[in-house]
Write a protein that binds this ligand. Structure first.
Ligand code: HEM
Length: 126
């Protein structure tokens, strides 16, 4: 797969990841049992795995070492924070208040990652 195809796959899976996260966040807020549906436990994780694989694929094809690119490092740290906060928001958060705060924080981190991606700066706008 060439760089552009991997980049398109990265962008597509990012849109799907955000869409599925918003849907699950909505179900969490509504306390919907659909959050426990079998596909909901599988599809988002499969999609996020492809998201990361496409990112790693781009780095391999372009022969880029993320350790030498602060903005890529920021994206990796951001992705880990998004995943961690996401699991608190949808599963691990003990109270509703904690889950809602984690949901908002996860979305803020997602927006930060997009800003880092577009500007290629660790602190976008500087
Ligand atoms: C939720 C996590 C992520 C989001 C929301 C995200 C978002 C984006 C966006 C919006 C772009 C297009 C930027 C543009 O050119 O305008 C992009 C490109 C890219 N992302 Fe990600 N990304 C994520 C995770 C990662 C990770 C973990 C890596 C690996 C370190 C990565 C590596 C890349 C690379 C190499 C490009 C291509 C930049 C170029 O065109 O040269 N991304 N990402």
């Amino acid at each position: 797969m060439d760089f552009l195809a991997l980049r398109n796959l990265h962008l597509l899976t990012i849109a799907v990841s955000l869409g599925l996260f918003l849907l699950r966040g909505y179900w969490m807020l509504r306390e919907s049992p659909r959050l426990q549906d079998k596909w909901v436990k599988i599809v988002p994780h499969a999609n996020d795995t492809v998201l990361l694989a496409a990112a790693i694929g781009m780095l391999v094809v372009a022969e880029v070492n993320p350790l030498n690119q602060p903005w890529l490092l920021a994206k990796i740290v951001g992705l880990l924070a998004y995943i961690g906060l996401g699991t608190v928001a949808l599963k691990r958060g003990k109270t509703r208040a904690v889950r809602i705060k984690a949901l908002i924080a996860a979305l803020a981190v997602f927006a930060y990652i997009v800003a880092v991606a577009v500007t290629r700066q660790v602190i976008p706008g500087t």
